[in-house]
Design a protein around this ligand. Structure first.
Ligand code: NDP
Length: 290
């Protein structure tokens, strides 16, 4: 019998501005291929004034979902039908999921990071230092707390942003956790010494991102010991100074590509109900970033 023909592909994508350098498509489409799914991931340049129409367009085209990146992660919320619980706590969405016609906002940035960390460590009652207080730091710190981390220090250049995050962590996030959370901020004015009893050291700033690849975070590397797990959110280049220096000191490391893959896996699971190969996704990114 002749095979049934189907030229209609399911659609997902990424809305951002600018978006041309976002590599997510190159990671997601090989994973769809491997799963035998005829799905497309479109990289779509959406200016802020067109965001509302873009979301309407996604509804009209029957998108299964879409990622949101800078500058849409907060703004998109008002065009959605609901939020997942951690996106609600963070007030930011990076992954929209079409659940029976309802567009629901999720945040997979922190979940992706934590899924990488959980492969090598149990987060319960651990202590972490996070550099940065922007979107990535917010997503990571909230998910770390929801996964059992009890002591979180936010080290940030600007005081206001860090204080806002500390209030969220000690307030509504603490209420959702079974453990007590102690979150505090450090104003980052000088070289930072990592306290000896720290379990995780995470760069969640944009320091080191291409093209500023020689930039280093202002931390005393001698205060980082080999029992600490060191992570960097920077995907391009993945081998940042922090990652290289931490490896030299004998630390286990998580680079920005792992986090990117981690959140991509969760996005595909949300959209398709299937678990993709993280190996294929990582290899696709390595072909690009080395
Ligand atoms: P934001 O703009 O929201 O936050 C940037 C943070 O970096 C702020 O805390 C800012 O401090 C700090 N920062 C920037 N430059 C400096 C500097 N020179 N000195 C000290 N602090 C500095 O960005 P996001 O949080 O959204 O993104 C941060 C990084 O995370 C980006 O590079 C992005 O590519 C990466 N990312 C990676 C993901 C992955 O999957 N690998 C996912 C999401 C993000 P201040 O508040 O003082 O301005």
């Amino acid at each position: 019998m002749a095979k049934e023909m189907n030229f209609k592909q399911e659609l997902v994508g990424c809305f951002g501005f600018p978006v041309a350098e976002n590599p997510t498509q190159a990671m997601i489409e090989p994973a769809f291929d491997d799963l035998g799914l005829e799905w497309r991931y479109l990289t779509l340049e959406v200016t802020p004034e067109n965001l509302k129409d873009a979301v309407l367009g996604a509804r009209a085209f029957g998108f299964k979902g879409f990622n949101c990146t800078i500058p849409h992660k907060v703004e998109v919320i008002k065009y959605l039908d609901g939020l997942g619980s951690s996106a609600e706590l963070m007030g930011a969405v990076n992954c929209v999921v079409n659940r029976e016609g309802q567009l629901i906002g999720e945040n997979t940035d922190g979940k992706g990071f934590v899924s990488c960390l959980k492969k090598i460590s149990d987060l319960e009652n651990k202590s972490c230092i996070i550099f940065g207080a922007g979107g990535a730091a917010r997503a990571i710190s909230v998910e770390m707390a929801l996964s059992g981390c009890s002591n979180i220090t936010i080290v940030n250049r600007s005081r206001n942003r860090a204080e806002e995050l500390i209030d969220i962590l000690n307030g509504k996030v603490n209420e959702c956790c079974s453990q007590d959370i102690s979150a505090q901020m450090v104003e980052w004015t000088d070289t930072y010494d990592v306290p000896e009893d720290t379990d995780y050291v995470i760069n969640a700033t944009s320091i080191g991102l291409y093209p500023d690849v020689n930039a280093k975070i202002n931390v005393n590397m001698a205060s980082i010991n080999s029992s600490m797990i060191v992570a960097d959110v920077i995907p391009n280049p993945p081998k940042t100074h922090l990652i290289n220096d931490a490896k030299e000191r004998g630390c286990t490391v998580i680079d920005g590509l792992e986090m990117l893959v981690g959140q991509g896996v969760i996005g595909i699971e949300y959209w398709t109900g299937k678990t993709p190969s993280s190996k294929i996704m990582r290899e696709s990114l390595e072909k690009i970033f080395g």
